[in-house]
Design a protein around this ligand. Structure first.
Ligand code: ZN
Length: 394
Protein backbone atom coordinates (compact mmCIF):
# COMPACT_ATOMS: atom_id res chain seq x y z
CA UNK A 1 0.00 0.00 0.00
CA UNK A 2 1.24 3.43 -0.84
CA UNK A 3 -0.22 6.39 0.94
CA UNK A 4 -0.50 9.73 -0.71
CA UNK A 5 3.12 10.80 -1.20
CA UNK A 6 3.08 14.15 0.56
CA UNK A 7 2.17 12.72 3.90
CA UNK A 8 5.65 11.47 4.48
CA UNK A 9 8.15 13.88 3.06
CA UNK A 10 9.34 15.45 6.31
CA UNK A 11 12.73 14.17 7.42
CA UNK A 12 12.63 11.80 10.36
CA UNK A 13 13.32 13.25 13.74
CA UNK A 14 15.42 11.59 16.34
CA UNK A 15 14.89 11.94 20.03
CA UNK A 16 17.91 14.24 20.13
CA UNK A 17 16.20 16.72 17.84
CA UNK A 18 13.01 17.02 19.80
CA UNK A 19 12.46 20.34 21.45
CA UNK A 20 11.19 20.67 24.11
CA UNK A 21 12.32 17.43 25.73
CA UNK A 22 9.83 14.65 25.62
CA UNK A 23 7.15 14.63 28.22
CA UNK A 24 6.46 10.97 27.77
CA UNK A 25 7.80 8.54 30.27
CA UNK A 26 10.95 6.65 29.36
CA UNK A 27 10.08 3.57 27.44
CA UNK A 28 9.84 0.44 29.48
CA UNK A 29 12.34 -2.17 28.39
CA UNK A 30 10.59 -4.35 25.90
CA UNK A 31 10.20 -7.89 27.07
CA UNK A 32 10.10 -9.02 23.48
CA UNK A 33 10.98 -7.24 20.25
CA UNK A 34 8.05 -5.51 18.58
CA UNK A 35 6.48 -7.32 15.72
CA UNK A 36 6.93 -5.87 12.26
CA UNK A 37 3.65 -5.25 10.45
CA UNK A 38 4.64 -7.81 7.86
CA UNK A 39 4.64 -10.36 10.64
CA UNK A 40 1.29 -9.35 12.04
CA UNK A 41 -0.35 -12.51 10.89
CA UNK A 42 2.25 -14.51 12.78
CA UNK A 43 1.92 -14.79 16.55
CA UNK A 44 4.72 -12.98 18.37
CA UNK A 45 7.04 -15.04 20.53
CA UNK A 46 5.14 -16.47 23.44
CA UNK A 47 6.34 -14.77 26.58
CA UNK A 48 3.08 -15.08 28.44
CA UNK A 49 3.15 -15.68 32.13
CA UNK A 50 0.57 -18.36 32.68
CA UNK A 51 0.60 -18.00 36.44
CA UNK A 52 -2.50 -15.98 37.21
CA UNK A 53 -1.42 -15.04 40.72
CA UNK A 54 -0.94 -12.53 41.98
CA UNK A 55 -3.14 -10.11 40.10
CA UNK A 56 -1.89 -6.56 40.33
CA UNK A 57 -3.49 -4.61 43.12
CA UNK A 58 -6.02 -2.18 41.73
CA UNK A 59 -5.21 1.18 43.33
CA UNK A 60 -7.97 2.87 45.23
CA UNK A 61 -8.95 6.41 44.39
CA UNK A 62 -8.37 5.99 40.67
CA UNK A 63 -11.39 5.00 38.69
CA UNK A 64 -9.53 4.04 35.56
CA UNK A 65 -5.91 3.28 36.32
CA UNK A 66 -4.00 1.71 33.51
CA UNK A 67 -2.89 -1.86 33.87
CA UNK A 68 0.32 -1.64 35.91
CA UNK A 69 3.46 -2.16 33.90
CA UNK A 70 5.76 -3.43 36.60
CA UNK A 71 4.08 -6.72 37.25
CA UNK A 72 4.90 -10.24 36.24
CA UNK A 73 2.29 -9.91 33.53
CA UNK A 74 4.52 -7.55 31.62
CA UNK A 75 4.06 -8.36 27.96
CA UNK A 76 1.25 -10.74 27.11
CA UNK A 77 -1.73 -10.28 29.37
CA UNK A 78 -4.54 -12.84 29.64
CA UNK A 79 -7.71 -11.03 28.66
CA UNK A 80 -9.63 -12.47 31.59
CA UNK A 81 -7.06 -11.04 34.02
CA UNK A 82 -7.37 -7.64 32.43
CA UNK A 83 -11.16 -7.84 32.67
CA UNK A 84 -10.91 -8.96 36.30
CA UNK A 85 -8.73 -5.99 37.07
CA UNK A 86 -11.38 -3.57 35.85
CA UNK A 87 -14.23 -5.58 37.37
CA UNK A 88 -15.63 -6.27 33.91
CA UNK A 89 -17.65 -9.30 32.86
CA UNK A 90 -15.45 -12.21 31.82
CA UNK A 91 -14.57 -12.23 28.11
CA UNK A 92 -16.89 -14.41 26.05
CA UNK A 93 -16.00 -16.50 23.04
CA UNK A 94 -18.74 -15.53 20.60
CA UNK A 95 -17.57 -16.86 17.24
CA UNK A 96 -15.24 -19.30 15.52
CA UNK A 97 -14.92 -18.21 11.88
CA UNK A 98 -12.88 -16.95 10.23
CA UNK A 99 -11.07 -16.63 13.56
CA UNK A 100 -12.02 -17.44 17.13
CA UNK A 101 -13.54 -14.18 18.35
CA UNK A 102 -13.80 -12.91 21.91
CA UNK A 103 -16.00 -10.15 23.26
CA UNK A 104 -15.12 -7.97 26.22
CA UNK A 105 -17.59 -5.38 27.49
CA UNK A 106 -16.74 -2.16 29.29
CA UNK A 107 -17.84 1.41 29.59
CA UNK A 108 -21.10 0.88 27.76
CA UNK A 109 -19.40 -0.60 24.71
CA UNK A 110 -17.69 -3.74 23.60
CA UNK A 111 -14.54 -4.84 21.86
CA UNK A 112 -14.33 -7.82 19.54
CA UNK A 113 -10.89 -9.44 19.45
CA UNK A 114 -9.95 -12.02 16.84
CA UNK A 115 -7.29 -14.61 17.50
CA UNK A 116 -4.49 -14.30 14.93
CA UNK A 117 -5.84 -11.09 13.42
CA UNK A 118 -4.77 -7.51 14.14
CA UNK A 119 -8.26 -6.27 13.30
CA UNK A 120 -10.26 -5.53 16.42
CA UNK A 121 -13.68 -3.91 16.47
CA UNK A 122 -14.02 -1.44 19.30
CA UNK A 123 -17.44 0.11 19.86
CA UNK A 124 -18.41 -0.62 16.29
CA UNK A 125 -15.27 0.69 14.59
CA UNK A 126 -12.36 -1.37 13.30
CA UNK A 127 -9.06 -0.58 14.97
CA UNK A 128 -5.83 -2.30 13.96
CA UNK A 129 -3.90 -3.68 16.91
CA UNK A 130 -0.14 -3.73 16.72
CA UNK A 131 0.21 -7.30 18.01
CA UNK A 132 -2.18 -10.07 17.13
CA UNK A 133 -4.18 -11.62 19.97
CA UNK A 134 -3.18 -15.20 20.66
CA UNK A 135 -4.59 -18.21 22.38
CA UNK A 136 -2.29 -19.54 25.04
CA UNK A 137 -3.36 -22.29 27.35
CA UNK A 138 -6.78 -21.98 25.76
CA UNK A 139 -7.09 -18.38 26.86
CA UNK A 140 -6.93 -15.20 24.76
CA UNK A 141 -3.95 -12.99 25.53
CA UNK A 142 -3.19 -9.49 24.26
CA UNK A 143 -0.06 -7.42 24.29
CA UNK A 144 0.07 -5.05 27.23
CA UNK A 145 0.50 -2.02 24.97
CA UNK A 146 -2.55 -2.88 22.87
CA UNK A 147 -4.61 -3.09 26.04
CA UNK A 148 -3.26 0.19 27.36
CA UNK A 149 -3.02 2.19 24.16
CA UNK A 150 -5.88 0.86 22.04
CA UNK A 151 -8.57 -0.81 24.12
CA UNK A 152 -8.42 1.34 27.23
CA UNK A 153 -8.80 4.77 25.57
CA UNK A 154 -11.68 3.62 23.38
CA UNK A 155 -13.71 1.42 25.68
CA UNK A 156 -13.97 4.31 28.11
CA UNK A 157 -14.11 7.13 25.58
CA UNK A 158 -16.85 9.53 26.58
CA UNK A 159 -18.16 12.96 25.75
CA UNK A 160 -15.99 14.57 28.39
CA UNK A 161 -12.77 13.48 26.70
CA UNK A 162 -10.45 16.50 26.84
CA UNK A 163 -10.23 17.15 23.13
CA UNK A 164 -11.67 20.59 22.58
CA UNK A 165 -11.72 22.10 26.01
CA UNK A 166 -8.89 24.64 25.94
CA UNK A 167 -10.22 26.75 23.08
CA UNK A 168 -12.36 26.49 19.98
CA UNK A 169 -9.58 26.80 17.42
CA UNK A 170 -9.23 23.94 14.96
CA UNK A 171 -6.79 23.60 12.08
CA UNK A 172 -8.01 21.99 8.87
CA UNK A 173 -5.11 20.83 6.74
CA UNK A 174 -5.85 20.21 3.07
CA UNK A 175 -3.12 17.78 2.04
CA UNK A 176 -0.63 18.66 -0.73
CA UNK A 177 -1.00 21.65 -3.06
CA UNK A 178 0.87 23.48 -5.82
CA UNK A 179 3.62 21.36 -7.35
CA UNK A 180 2.91 18.68 -4.76
CA UNK A 181 -0.12 17.17 -6.44
CA UNK A 182 -0.36 14.12 -4.16
CA UNK A 183 -1.67 10.96 -5.65
CA UNK A 184 -3.96 10.81 -8.64
CA UNK A 185 -6.74 8.95 -10.33
CA UNK A 186 -5.84 6.02 -12.52
CA UNK A 187 -6.43 8.01 -15.70
CA UNK A 188 -4.11 10.77 -14.50
CA UNK A 189 -6.76 13.43 -14.93
CA UNK A 190 -7.45 14.33 -11.30
CA UNK A 191 -5.15 14.88 -8.36
CA UNK A 192 -5.43 14.48 -4.65
CA UNK A 193 -4.53 18.12 -3.96
CA UNK A 194 -7.73 19.30 -5.66
CA UNK A 195 -10.01 16.97 -3.76
CA UNK A 196 -8.41 17.62 -0.36
CA UNK A 197 -8.82 21.38 -0.82
CA UNK A 198 -12.45 20.96 -1.82
CA UNK A 199 -13.06 18.72 1.22
CA UNK A 200 -11.45 21.32 3.50
CA UNK A 201 -13.41 24.22 1.98
CA UNK A 202 -16.64 22.28 2.47
CA UNK A 203 -15.71 21.47 6.06
CA UNK A 204 -14.81 25.01 7.11
CA UNK A 205 -18.34 26.49 7.12
CA UNK A 206 -19.74 23.40 8.82
CA UNK A 207 -17.33 23.92 11.71
CA UNK A 208 -17.78 27.68 11.81
CA UNK A 209 -21.51 27.13 12.17
CA UNK A 210 -20.71 25.22 15.35
CA UNK A 211 -18.94 28.28 16.75
CA UNK A 212 -15.45 27.05 16.02
CA UNK A 213 -12.61 29.22 14.78
CA UNK A 214 -11.19 27.45 11.75
CA UNK A 215 -7.62 27.96 10.60
CA UNK A 216 -6.77 26.59 7.16
CA UNK A 217 -3.24 25.59 6.21
CA UNK A 218 -4.14 26.54 2.65
CA UNK A 219 -7.18 27.93 0.87
CA UNK A 220 -5.93 27.68 -2.70
CA UNK A 221 -3.56 25.68 -4.87
CA UNK A 222 -0.27 26.46 -3.17
CA UNK A 223 2.47 24.24 -1.83
CA UNK A 224 2.83 24.34 1.95
CA UNK A 225 5.77 22.48 3.51
CA UNK A 226 4.79 19.97 6.17
CA UNK A 227 6.78 21.78 8.84
CA UNK A 228 4.92 24.99 8.05
CA UNK A 229 1.60 23.22 8.52
CA UNK A 230 2.71 22.30 12.03
CA UNK A 231 3.89 25.89 12.57
CA UNK A 232 0.50 27.27 11.53
CA UNK A 233 -1.20 25.18 14.19
CA UNK A 234 1.37 26.24 16.77
CA UNK A 235 0.99 29.93 15.94
CA UNK A 236 -2.79 29.66 16.19
CA UNK A 237 -2.57 27.86 19.53
CA UNK A 238 -5.03 25.40 18.05
CA UNK A 239 -6.79 22.79 20.15
CA UNK A 240 -7.05 20.23 17.33
CA UNK A 241 -5.41 19.47 13.99
CA UNK A 242 -7.08 17.44 11.25
CA UNK A 243 -5.24 16.60 8.04
CA UNK A 244 -7.24 15.54 4.98
CA UNK A 245 -5.84 13.22 2.31
CA UNK A 246 -6.77 10.60 -0.24
CA UNK A 247 -4.98 7.33 -0.77
CA UNK A 248 -3.60 5.14 -3.52
CA UNK A 249 -2.48 1.56 -3.87
CA UNK A 250 -1.52 1.25 -7.50
CA UNK A 251 -0.47 -2.38 -7.44
CA UNK A 252 -3.72 -3.25 -5.69
CA UNK A 253 -6.48 -1.36 -7.52
CA UNK A 254 -9.14 -3.36 -5.71
CA UNK A 255 -8.22 -1.75 -2.41
CA UNK A 256 -10.68 0.86 -1.21
CA UNK A 257 -12.03 2.39 1.94
CA UNK A 258 -11.49 4.82 4.75
CA UNK A 259 -8.39 4.90 6.96
CA UNK A 260 -7.79 7.27 9.84
CA UNK A 261 -4.32 7.60 11.31
CA UNK A 262 -2.97 8.55 14.69
CA UNK A 263 0.72 8.70 15.55
CA UNK A 264 2.07 5.39 16.83
CA UNK A 265 2.74 5.45 20.59
CA UNK A 266 6.32 4.74 21.70
CA UNK A 267 7.12 1.08 22.11
CA UNK A 268 4.57 -0.12 19.56
CA UNK A 269 5.17 -1.09 15.95
CA UNK A 270 3.05 0.82 13.45
CA UNK A 271 0.20 -0.80 11.56
CA UNK A 272 1.47 0.89 8.43
CA UNK A 273 5.14 1.47 7.65
CA UNK A 274 6.59 3.40 4.76
CA UNK A 275 10.15 3.01 3.48
CA UNK A 276 10.99 0.89 6.51
CA UNK A 277 10.79 3.93 8.75
CA UNK A 278 9.35 2.72 12.03
CA UNK A 279 11.49 2.82 15.13
CA UNK A 280 9.39 1.95 18.19
CA UNK A 281 12.02 3.48 20.44
CA UNK A 282 11.37 6.96 19.05
CA UNK A 283 8.93 9.31 20.70
CA UNK A 284 7.68 12.60 19.29
CA UNK A 285 6.04 15.69 20.82
CA UNK A 286 2.63 14.56 19.63
CA UNK A 287 3.00 11.33 21.61
CA UNK A 288 2.04 13.39 24.67
CA UNK A 289 -1.49 13.15 23.21
CA UNK A 290 -1.58 9.43 22.41
CA UNK A 291 -4.85 8.87 24.20
CA UNK A 292 -6.62 11.90 22.72
CA UNK A 293 -5.20 11.20 19.26
CA UNK A 294 -6.78 7.77 19.21
CA UNK A 295 -10.07 9.02 20.57
CA UNK A 296 -10.20 11.76 17.95
CA UNK A 297 -9.29 9.30 15.17
CA UNK A 298 -11.96 6.88 16.37
CA UNK A 299 -14.64 9.59 16.48
CA UNK A 300 -13.84 10.92 13.02
CA UNK A 301 -13.53 7.45 11.55
CA UNK A 302 -16.89 6.40 12.97
CA UNK A 303 -18.66 9.57 11.85
CA UNK A 304 -17.27 9.55 8.30
CA UNK A 305 -18.20 5.89 7.92
CA UNK A 306 -21.71 6.87 8.94
CA UNK A 307 -22.04 9.62 6.34
CA UNK A 308 -20.25 7.87 3.46
CA UNK A 309 -20.83 4.14 4.07
CA UNK A 310 -17.28 3.65 2.86
CA UNK A 311 -15.41 0.40 3.43
CA UNK A 312 -13.92 0.37 6.94
CA UNK A 313 -10.16 -0.09 6.69
CA UNK A 314 -9.70 0.78 10.31
CA UNK A 315 -8.19 3.29 12.65
CA UNK A 316 -4.47 2.82 12.17
CA UNK A 317 -1.10 3.92 13.53
CA UNK A 318 1.81 5.30 11.59
CA UNK A 319 5.04 6.94 12.63
CA UNK A 320 6.23 8.46 9.35
CA UNK A 321 3.52 11.13 9.13
CA UNK A 322 5.57 14.31 9.45
CA UNK A 323 2.50 16.52 9.69
CA UNK A 324 1.43 14.77 12.91
CA UNK A 325 4.66 14.09 14.77
CA UNK A 326 5.49 17.61 15.86
CA UNK A 327 1.95 18.61 16.82
CA UNK A 328 1.50 19.88 20.37
CA UNK A 329 -2.21 19.03 20.31
CA UNK A 330 -4.39 16.07 19.39
CA UNK A 331 -3.90 15.51 15.67
CA UNK A 332 -5.07 12.95 13.13
CA UNK A 333 -4.82 12.29 9.42
CA UNK A 334 -7.81 11.03 7.44
CA UNK A 335 -7.36 9.15 4.17
CA UNK A 336 -10.78 9.64 2.64
CA UNK A 337 -10.59 6.83 0.08
CA UNK A 338 -8.46 5.32 -2.68
CA UNK A 339 -8.14 7.31 -5.88
CA UNK A 340 -6.49 4.22 -7.39
CA UNK A 341 -9.73 2.28 -7.06
CA UNK A 342 -11.96 3.07 -10.05
CA UNK A 343 -15.21 2.74 -8.12
CA UNK A 344 -14.09 4.80 -5.15
CA UNK A 345 -12.41 7.32 -7.42
CA UNK A 346 -15.73 7.93 -9.15
CA UNK A 347 -17.40 8.47 -5.79
CA UNK A 348 -14.73 10.93 -4.67
CA UNK A 349 -15.13 12.83 -7.95
CA UNK A 350 -18.76 13.47 -6.99
CA UNK A 351 -19.08 16.78 -5.06
CA UNK A 352 -21.96 15.33 -3.07
CA UNK A 353 -19.70 12.58 -1.80
CA UNK A 354 -17.07 15.10 -0.76
CA UNK A 355 -19.81 17.00 1.06
CA UNK A 356 -20.60 13.81 2.99
CA UNK A 357 -16.91 13.45 3.83
CA UNK A 358 -16.99 16.98 5.25
CA UNK A 359 -20.21 16.36 7.14
CA UNK A 360 -18.71 13.26 8.71
CA UNK A 361 -15.76 15.16 10.13
CA UNK A 362 -18.07 17.95 11.28
CA UNK A 363 -20.34 15.44 13.01
CA UNK A 364 -17.37 14.04 14.95
CA UNK A 365 -16.25 17.50 16.03
CA UNK A 366 -19.79 18.46 17.05
CA UNK A 367 -19.67 15.85 19.80
CA UNK A 368 -16.64 17.62 21.25
CA UNK A 369 -18.00 21.16 21.21
CA UNK A 370 -20.37 20.34 24.06
CA UNK A 371 -17.49 20.06 26.50
CA UNK A 372 -17.03 23.27 28.51
CA UNK A 373 -13.95 25.38 28.04
CA UNK A 374 -11.45 25.30 30.87
CA UNK A 375 -9.04 27.99 31.99
CA UNK A 376 -5.59 27.84 30.46
CA UNK A 377 -4.00 27.15 33.83
CA UNK A 378 -6.18 24.08 34.17
CA UNK A 379 -5.52 22.97 30.64
CA UNK A 380 -1.98 21.78 31.22
CA UNK A 381 -1.75 18.20 30.04
CA UNK A 382 -1.96 15.97 33.09
CA UNK A 383 0.97 13.94 34.25
CA UNK A 384 0.52 10.36 33.26
CA UNK A 385 -2.73 8.86 32.07
CA UNK A 386 -5.84 10.98 31.92
CA UNK A 387 -8.09 10.59 34.93
CA UNK A 388 -11.78 10.18 34.48
CA UNK A 389 -14.14 12.10 36.67
CA UNK A 390 -17.15 9.87 36.43
CA UNK A 391 -17.57 6.12 36.53
CA UNK A 392 -18.33 4.26 33.35
CA UNK A 393 -21.68 2.80 32.57
CA UNK A 394 -21.17 -0.86 33.27
ZN1 ZN B 1 -1.90 12.78 0.72
Amino acid sequence: MLPCPGAATAPPLTTNELDPPLTVAPAQPLASPPVAPSQLTQPPPATVVTNRDPLPQRPTGELFPLWPTNTLLETQVPLRDWADYYALPAPRRIGEFPQPTYEVRAGGGRALLRIGSPRATIRGVDVLLTHVPQLLGGQPVLHRLDLQKSLHPLLWVDDAAPLLTTNRIIVIDAGHGGKDVGTGTGDGRHFEKTYTLDWALRLRPLLERQGLQVVMTRTNDVEVPLAHRVFIAEEAGAALFISLHFNSAQPVPSRKGLETYALTPPGMPSTFVRDGEDNPRLAFPNNAHDRENLQLAWRIHRAVLNTTHATDRGVQRARFLGVLRGQGRPAVLVEGGYLSNPEESRRIADPQYRQRLAEGVADAVRELVRAPLVRASAATPPEGPAKKTSPPAQ
